[in-house]
Design a protein around this ligand. Structure first.
Ligand code: HEC
Ligand code: HEC
Ligand code: HEC
Ligand code: HEC
Ligand code: HEC
Ligand code: HEC
Ligand code: HEC
Ligand code: HEC
Ligand code: HEC
Ligand code: HEC
Ligand code: HEC
Ligand code: HEC
Length: 261
């Protein structure tokens, strides 16, 4: 305690002397200016110059409204809420979890912590999609994937492809990042992407000599994984009733993928 008191007196003396010297040996309006701070706080000044962003324009004294011993230490540090209020984002607690240094407000390390509702103060849509389609991705923190603000992770950072040679772009043909299942796709999926998991059916289809052989999986299984089409959806009623006699199509044609004609 005694040490602290003595130290404070030293600051007082140094500052008083500094002001006295700096203002022409006791001119009337002895007052600290932004230009003075660098003489004792090089680090903060160089941080603000390099990465201060819009805080650079605020000026040291815009935030630190005076100096010990003219004002108490407790009044030297501003609260973020003095200047930032009115948006949901500004209602978060502990701003310093992300903005760890007010002199470099946009230099953030998101690698630690579990952030979701925090991100949703600006990116509501993504969070809502993850919640609407509960998958294993919904349990992850946003920053498990977005380890830096704005960084987009490749799927292959965490997953193996179903088929050698598949790229990140391919994953997005069937999965969306914030809604990885249910799987949906367009008409541009090569059969090999399906037969990576359905190899038996792939072989069956390749071995039939009928015209089904030339069709893509997704031509019949359209749009969404696990959709099963009916034969009639494409063929209507191809045979006269008397011929069919209540039999099902596959009673005679055997298998959609190993069609017999
Ligand atoms: C003559 C040197 C000197 C000058 C010039 C100076 N300071 Fe300081 N400042 C100090 C010392 C010494 C401390 C105490 C350091 C400590 O506690 O480690 C301090 C502490 C601070 C603190 C920390 C307060 C706290 O609660 O710990 C802030 C903020 C600060 N100064 C801002 C400024 C700003 C802004 C300026 C320019 C307007 C400025 N200083 C100019 C010497 C100076
Ligand atoms: C936008 C507001 C803002 C501006 C502008 C600002 N500061 Fe700060 N400064 C803060 C806050 C908030 C803290 C407390 C940080 C903390 O507790 O980690 C702080 C802390 C400090 C400290 C104490 C550092 C420490 O490690 O204890 C010093 C010294 C300081 N500022 C100097 C300056 C100087 C010099 C400038 C101008 C170049 C400046 N500040 C501009 C908000 C600001
Ligand atoms: C004395 C007023 C003041 C204080 C205190 C203050 N800021 Fe700011 N801050 C501003 C102004 C002014 C801007 C620029 C306009 C805006 O974006 O609102 C700004 C901008 C920012 C930005 C965006 C920077 C950029 O370059 O786009 C961040 C992030 C930020 N502040 C975080 C904080 C945090 C965190 C704190 C508390 C540690 C804080 N501010 C305290 C005035 C302040
Ligand atoms: C989960 C991390 C996180 C927390 C906690 C956080 N922020 Fe932010 N903040 C961000 C990110 C990310 C941005 C966007 C930066 C960009 O656009 O590059 C941002 C942007 C800002 C901006 C500039 C954009 C704007 O809308 O004006 C300000 C100001 C700001 N934050 C202030 C604050 C304040 C004040 C707090 C505490 C009440 C806070 N932040 C808490 C991550 C956070
Ligand atoms: C204060 C508002 C704010 C906060 C909080 C915020 N962001 Fe952002 N974010 C932005 C802005 C603004 C952009 C730039 C948008 C653009 O370029 O279209 C952005 C961009 C992004 C991008 C890149 C978008 C693209 O199209 O490349 C990702 C990813 C992202 N943010 C994720 C996050 C995550 C994760 C969090 C939480 C840790 C977060 N953001 C918190 C405002 C914010
Ligand atoms: C499993 C990893 C993962 C998680 C968890 C995740 N994202 Fe993403 N995010 C991505 C990927 C990958 C992309 C790129 C999507 C694309 O290119 O189609 C992306 C894109 C974005 C974008 C850019 C715009 C867009 O929608 O394409 C924003 C903003 C974003 N994410 C915010 C968030 C937020 C907020 C959260 C948490 C609520 C979150 N992300 C959770 C992986 C993830
Ligand atoms: C940061 C790592 C990470 C990234 C990046 C990532 N994921 Fe995941 N993903 C996971 C984890 C962890 C799981 C859960 C795994 C488990 O429990 O077996 C998962 C699960 C999945 C699942 C199964 C979901 C379920 O509920 O059954 C799919 C599908 C998936 N990811 C696709 C993707 C795609 C596509 C991308 C790129 C857009 C991607 N992932 C990016 C980490 C990641
Ligand atoms: C042709 C569509 C398609 C493509 C392209 C695709 N997937 Fe899948 N993926 C699926 C289907 C279908 C499932 C199984 C879903 C189920 O079980 O309901 C799946 C499941 C997954 C799973 C869950 C675990 C597993 O293996 O069952 C992960 C992780 C995954 N995919 C990641 C990826 C990644 C990474 C890529 C890009 C390299 C990718 N997928 C490309 C259709 C695809
Ligand atoms: C990652 C592996 C994977 C990929 C890739 C994949 N599937 Fe599947 N598929 C599965 C699994 C697992 C099942 C469920 C099997 C079961 O229930 O017996 C399934 C089931 C199916 C079913 C049957 C659903 C039912 O009700 O019996 C169809 C149809 C199907 N897949 C078509 C496709 C098509 C078309 C593609 C390519 C666009 C594809 N699959 C890609 C893993 C995959
Ligand atoms: C998504 C549409 C679609 C579905 C579903 C479908 N088919 Fe076909 N099928 C076709 C097309 C296209 C042809 C080729 C017609 C042509 O070239 O004239 C075809 C041809 C055939 C042929 C004649 C083959 C040949 O080589 O001449 C038979 C038999 C047939 N389909 C039976 C079936 C049966 C049985 C089912 C149900 C298990 C079925 N199809 C489901 C689209 C479909
Ligand atoms: C001509 C249309 C057509 C094509 C092309 C087609 N399917 Fe099918 N598929 C069907 C029909 C119809 C059924 C339902 C058969 C039944 O009712 O027994 C089916 C059933 C399935 C099933 C579930 C039942 C089972 O046999 O395990 C899977 C998985 C499947 N198809 C995958 C594929 C894959 C993978 C491809 C591409 C290699 C493919 N299909 C190509 C029409 C087609
Ligand atoms: C009683 C057995 C039987 C049943 C049941 C049956 N088919 Fe056929 N189908 C045949 C035979 C045999 C041929 C070959 C006729 C030919 O080549 O002229 C054929 C031919 C076809 C063709 C090819 C016609 C052409 O012009 O080349 C289509 C398509 C077809 N069937 C679809 C279906 C569908 C869809 C069903 C169910 C609604 C069905 N079949 C039920 C026996 C059957």
């Amino acid at each position: 305690m005694k040490g602290r008191v003595r130290l404070e007196w030293i600051y007082l003396l140094v500052l008083a002397l500094f002001l006295w010297v700096g203002n022409g040996y006791g001119a009337e309006s002895a007052k600290l200016t932004n230009a003075d701070c660098i003489k004792c706080h090089k680090k903060e000044v160089s941080q603000i110059n390099a990465h201060g962003g819009k805080h650079k324009l605020v000026g040291c004294l815009g935030c630190h409204k005076g100096h010990y011993p003219m004002i108490p230490f407790s009044k030297m540090i501003p609260k973020c809420s003095e200047c930032h209020h009115g948006k949901p984002h500004f209602k978060l607690s502990h701003c310093e979890r992300c903005h760890s240094n007010p002199h470099e407000p946009l230099v953030m390390n998101l690698a630690k912590g579990y952030f979701k509702k925090e991100c949703m103060t600006c990116h509501k849509k993504e969070g809502e999609e993850l919640a609407k389609y509960p998958t294993k991705h919904s349990k992850l923190a946003c920053n498990t994937c977005h380890v830096q603000h704005g960084y987009i992770p490749p799927c292959l950072r965490c997953h193996k492809p179903h088929l050698a040679g598949q790229t990140n772009k391919d994953c997005k043909l069937c999965h969306a990042a914030h809604r990885p299942v249910p799987v949906t796709y367009g008409m541009n999926i090569p059969n090999a992407y399906c037969t990576a998991c359905h190899s038996k059916i792939g072989k069956m289809l390749a071995s039939t000599h009928t015209k089904h052989r030339k069709l893509k999986c997704v031509f019949c299984h359209r749009g969404r994984h696990k959709i099963i089409p009916s034969c009639e959806a494409c063929h209507g009623e191809p045979h006269p009733m008397v011929m069919v006699k209540g039999k099902k199509c596959l009673d005679c044609h055997m298998d959609a993928h190993a069609l017999i004609k």
